[in-house]
Design a protein around this ligand. Structure first.
Ligand SMILES: [Zn+2]
Length: 471
């Protein structure tokens, strides 16, 4: 099977064909760094990671760009209240974003451009839009004239009937009911200069709107036409609609060939999680409540298909933790079991089939939950064969290959246990004090316990070092 993706633009599942053979240019909307990312945002970010990983598995070289919105209405408000510049205000949240991504084992992407570092590109694009008659200046702000772009609304299937020509909206986020000419540039307000949020432009001192940054930065890093543009479903209108209008009106080229949208994460009542509804949960909150980041990762990418809503609950996270544990235990068991002399022919055949079916599930619009279900069924079957000591060397190799396929997406099986390094260091210190107290039985027991967990201690003149031992 070839890779098929559900393209929001056409409403169909389509065979994926990039513009340039074997190369994929992908742009994904990143965080607004006004606060810690909430788990709903993290679901979208890990969805991007899943797309990226599966493209790589499929043999593509991926250039993936994810922006950081470090200027918007909320950041200005918060920085003003905190008495800081916007740079100072966003700094800890930028750091927290990268920490969260590392904790959740999202691969680093090729570029994370920041809006405030690309103002000239935005000013250029706005100038072009004004020259082309797609934008106009009103009271020092610059607005995109949506009646100048007949395709406006195609992505989100907007009914243009109620569209009022010339009505303007200055806020970055608004509902479909108030579809209007939207701001590309907002003139400087008193205080903006002090916040470090005011730039010179031919059309007057000001700062960019939210939407123009993605159009300008994607062009700067990936060119005029993207193979894939992805985002959370809440960005489809108006943000992505506005990105299309700006980019296509300025470049006269199709902006993105495939649009992918991941669904909301719902809270326990099934509603979309949002700060205003009090459902604002961060990764830090979940980890502090005792949840394993690997379980959170698995839950967010594999509990439901990316186009379905998924409900966050402690039970669901415990179930995901159990899945992580089962996969890791199984991988460990396959590694450690001494091979039987004979191969298990039926098992070999089934393992090969499951590898193909797993790959097919991912090729079918990234259906990881379905693929993973097949793998868990097979783990049961293989465990029974291991119990009966009927697994040969080739059986072991093919089971390892299947787990390798799965972990190319999940990245939880071979992941270091969170907190492992600290725990080992603590046990090493305990062993040292036991030896100093001449309690050699206890010191040996600590060493043996660690060995059973696949960790070897080496005494050297610089102290005790530890390393993983493979079976
Ligand atoms: Zn965007």
């Amino acid at each position: 099977m070839t890779l098929r993706l559900h393209n929001t633009l056409t409403g169909n599942k389509e065979e994926f064909v990039p513009l340039e053979k074997d190369q994929v240019r992908m742009y994904t909307c990143g965080p607004t760094v006004w606060n810690y990312a909430h788990v709903g945002n993290l679901r979208a970010f890990l969805f991007y990671d899943l797309v990226r990983r599966h493209l790589q598995v499929s043999g593509y070289s991926v250039t993936h760009v994810m922006n950081l919105t470090d200027i918007d209405d909320r950041i200005l408000d918060q920085a003003m209240h905190a008495g800081m510049t916007i740079d100072e205000y966003v700094k800890p949240y930028v750091e927290a974003f990268f920490e969260d991504m590392a904790t959740l084992r999202a691969q680093r992407v090729e570029a994370y451009p920041r809006a405030t570092e690309h103002i000239p590109e935005m000013v250029d694009m706005i100038s072009t839009l004004i020259e082309n008659g797609n934008a106009y200046i009103a009271d020092g702000d610059v607005y995109f004239r949506i009646t100048s772009f007949p395709k406006y609304g195609e992505l989100s299937h907007l009914d243009r009937a109620g569209l009022k020509a010339g009505a303007r909206v200055a806020t970055d986020k608004y509902e479909k009911e108030s579809v209007s000419d939207f701001a590309l540039w907002k003139r400087s307000q008193p205080g903006d200069e002090g916040l470090g949020a005011s730039w010179d432009a031919p059309f007057g001192k000001g700062r960019p709107g939210w939407h123009i940054e993605c159009s300008a930065m994607s062009k700067r890093y990936l060119g005029e036409t993207l193979d894939i543009h992805a985002g959370g479903v809440d960005l489809m209108f108006p943000h992505h609609e506005n990105e299309i209008a700006q980019s296509e009106a300025a470049n006269h080229k199709q902006f993105a060939r495939v649009w992918l949208h991941s669904e909301h994460l719902a809270d326990a009542t099934g509603e979309k999680m949002s700060k205003s509804a009090g459902g604002f949960t961060t990764l830090r909150d979940l980890v502090a409540a005792g949840h394993d980041p690997l379980a959170i990762r698995l839950f967010l990418i594999a509990n439901a298909h990316y186009r379905s809503r998924v409900r966050l609950s402690p039970e669901a996270l415990h179930a995901a933790a159990e899945q992580v544990r089962r996969l890791r235990e199984f991988a460990d068991r396959v590694d450690r079991t001494a091979p039987a002399r004979e191969e298990h022919a039926a098992l070999a055949e089934r393992t090969a089939e499951v590898r193909v079916s797993y790959r097919d599930a991912l090729d079918d619009d990234l259906n990881l939950p379905f693929g993973l279900g097949l793998v868990f069924d097979h783990v049961r079957e293989a465990n029974a064969a291991l119990d009966a000591e009927r697994v040969g060397p080739l059986n072991k190799a093919s089971l390892r290959a299947l787990l390798g396929d799965v972990d190319a997406h999940l990245d939880v099986i071979n992941a270091e246990e969170p907190g492992l390094a600290e725990e080992v260091e603590r046990l090493i210190a305990e062993r040292e004090s036991a030896r100093k107290a001449r309690d050699f039985a206890r010191a040996d027991r600590i060493r043996e316990d660690l060995k059973a967990r696949g960790i070897a201690l080496e005494d050297s003149k610089d102290g005790v070092r530890w390393r993983r031992i493979s079976a």
